[in-house]
Design a protein around this ligand. Sequence first.
Ligand code: M6R
Length: 606
Amino acid sequence: MCGIIGIVGTGSVQERLIESLKRLEYRGYDSAGIAGVVDGHVQRRRAAGKIKALEDVLAGDPLNATVGIGHTRWATHGGPSTRNAHPHTAGRVTLVHNGIIENYSELREALKAKGRTFESDTDTEVIAALVDSELGSGKPPVEALKAALDQLSGAYAIGVLIDGEDDLIMGARKGSPLVVGYGKGEMFLGSDALAVGPFTNRIAYLEEGDYVAIDHGQARIFDVAGKPAKREIRTVVASAALVEKGNYRHFMEKEIHDQPEGCQRTIAAYVDTLTDRTAILGGIDFAGLERIQIVACGTAHIAGLMGKYLIEQLADLPVDVEIASEFRYRKPSLRAGSLAVAISQSGETADTLAALRYCQAAGMQSAAIVNATESTMAREVDVVWPIHCGPEIGVASTKAFTAQISVLTALAIAAARARGKIDEAEEQRMVRVLMEAPRLIAESIQLEEAVRLVAVEIAKARDVLYLGRGPMYPLALEGALKLKELSYIHAEGYAAGELKHGPIALVDDKTPIVILAPFDSYFEKSASNMSEVMARGGQVVFITDPEGQRHAPAGARVVVTAPRCDPLIAPLVMSAPIQLLAYYVAVQKGADVDQPRNLAKSVTVE
Ligand code: M6R
């Protein structure tokens, strides 16, 4: 989603605004722009497309400012074009915005009736016009901003420049995050810690409804009621170095390779290596819980489905998993004795956050499995269960997925023990198995070359089916999601048992069918499904383990043999082949791997 940077600097800010916008590219965007105060007046430079297009504009028309704002836009209201690119200007006000103003058409009509004209199709321009109107009625900048904010419904994080103010950027947040960065004689605003990461690691997170005025030496923060507020300044670890690609071509490739270490760090935080027992922070009484309600979106939702298999099977604790955007609007029946668990890499996904708040309002205890430990979700829940895989930049989630499953596996073991479903010796055995996962994931990643060869074939397909049973079913969903978001090939994941109930009609000799089946208790049935597919000319890519390879019916077009492992960690070990497959198909097709079209990394609007 849209990214924001603001700098009140001591030297030229053009290069640094661009540097920050490049850090924000991972969020997904379709146009970019910057603005700065030049000789007392705000000037803008904008371009549709990639930041390179903006740099081309700046090469011919540099922006010589020491105070400036920048933006990467992911289109919501109005198509991706230079005209709709931020910053937007109305009178003396120029601003950038992340979020959606829900009452914008009403406000726009009211402003038009007063003689205002609009040059873009965006909701953002309305905010600029409102602030300008308030300035026009004689209010000083911060009061004008507050008066405008009070008229908005919806979500926003904004950065504002005012003509004639060359030592001021104002900001505000509601629904979308915004951070203040504290430098040496300079101050920053950013949509996340990564935006200001190249310049400072001392940041304060604004709270819901906060607004702020920064100058070169200070930030004046006000709460939703307009009272001066203090927000803790934290030193964060999202340093510039952590988000480099290193020797990899793409962040996604790097992040797939990061997984053994990411899972190791994550697992280490949930087990006690001296006793081989689980060690879950937060004091949740798993024995006393009635049920768990997981809410999440996309890949995080699929991790939640995997959690359901694990927790119900090991701990006999009912788990409901629901897509957050559906959950909150269908008025689900909730019980206070349940635990709400939000799963989110970013901790900022608007639908997941709203679903979480819905559960909290019903009196449920809440927890969040997040990567961004400073995120809104992390700050609003009773218990934070962090993953420790480091910043994930590729839009396609990979290392966050396996780290989320690592946490869910540890939780399932702990819940099983707390509920008397396993004894201490079994808990220790399972913990030891879990600790083997990073090594086996590393082995699985070594299948890279074999998978790359499969990808050359899959890249020619129009449709691909993924099938799996038990925990391999969510993984089939994940394989299909990865393939479609990265390579734009239509793909569907199905429970293999569902094949005969419809999807088998799709099977022909042009449709590759990826079957995920390690040699586990589901294997024989998956092998039967494989035979059914091959009998109809289907081209099977069989992802299994050495034992599964030995027992498989002959005739698979390709067999990818992942390391043999305990079924407990098969979801972790089998993840790398499907991620690599999607990655290499995208590379083969020349797709934009780290920023697939139309997608955003962190979906902060509904
Ligand atoms: O930040 P979150 O984990 O809440 O994001 C949820 C989804 O938007 C995300 O997993 C998305 O589906 C990815 N593009 C999948 O690769």
